[in-house]
Design a protein around this ligand. Structure first.
Ligand code: DC
Length: 248
């Protein structure tokens, strides 16, 4: 376990964090946060844990990817910070059981393209973009509970979550998984290119000044390099009951 709390400019101080994280509106729903690097299996594991507990899911990376897709579709200059924040603030997003729409058009597959993910990673350090997406993410916190996956779920978005997971896996294992996923979807993929992109993205996500990818102080680190999805899900469910009993 490593790392600590990182606050973005304008984010609430830790003492007010629970309030700002959705606990003041009569919606004291528990949250399990799952943070980790790209292709660590967060998304699949989050869905499986949520299904097992009957909780909702927040795929926060999808919001950054949707922002990137909207930037590409609108022809916005990715270096124009004011325009980027405006795009993030005005995203018209609807999550549905099979994916997500952007401005009414199906976007589930489009946001999974590697170039969209890479642009999302390049836009994500922008404080205006992060601030624009913050309340949108917190609004997912509803009874009976939420499993939220991303980079800063445990540190910034839901700092009072009763169970925080930092899911890691060896970069080669992650690149191989991503390669297999893309090929299964009929998208061409090259392992060496993926490995290089993944290392670059990890460095960007961990090295940025604002809300970097880092384990919350109170996160449990789970290494899934040698675990199946079932084993990873079970490891998190095993941690959930004691975490809840501890006052979450
Ligand atoms: O989890 P993902 O690969 O779908 O996320 C795409 C990018 O979005 C990721 O490289 C960094 C950014 N992101 C972020 O900065 N904070 C989050 N909570 C989730 C994603």
């Amino acid at each position: 376990m490593s790392g600590g709390q990182n606050r973005m400019p304008g984010a609430p101080a830790p003492s007010g964090a629970a309030k700002a994280a959705g606990r003041d509106a009569g919606t004291v729903a528990p949250v399990i946060t799952i943070d980790g690097p790209t292709a660590s299996g967060k998304g699949t594991v989050a869905h499986r844990v949520a299904t097992a507990l009957g909780f909702g899911v927040l795929d926060s990376g999808a919001l950054y990817r949707l922002t990137a897709l909207a930037v590409l579709q609108c022809g916005v200059d990715p270096t124009d910070v004011v325009a980027l924040e405006q795009v993030a603030r005005t995203l018209q997003v609807v999550f549905h059981p099979n994916g997500v729409t952007l401005a009414g058009a199906e976007a589930s597959d489009l946001i999974r393209q590697e170039h969209v993910g890479n642009l999302a990673s390049r836009l994500a350090p922008n404080p205006g973009v992060r601030a624009a997406l913050l309340e949108r993410q917190r609004a997912f916190r509803r009874p009976p509970g939420l499993v939220a996956d991303g980079r800063d779920m445990g540190t910034i978005v839901f700092p009072d979550a009763p169970l925080k997971i930092f899911l890691v896996a060896d970069v080669r294992a992650r690149a191989e998984r991503r390669c297999k996923q893309l090929i299964e979807k009929g998208i061409s993929a090259n392992l060496d290119d993926l490995l290089r992109d993944m290392r670059e993205r990890d460095a960007r996500d961990m090295g940025r000044a604002v809300a970097p990818l880092v384990a919350a102080k109170d996160a449990h680190v789970v290494d899934s390099s040698n675990l199946t999805i079932d084993q990873t899900v079970q490891a998190i469910l095993d941690l959930w009951s004691p975490a809840r009993l501890d006052g979450g």
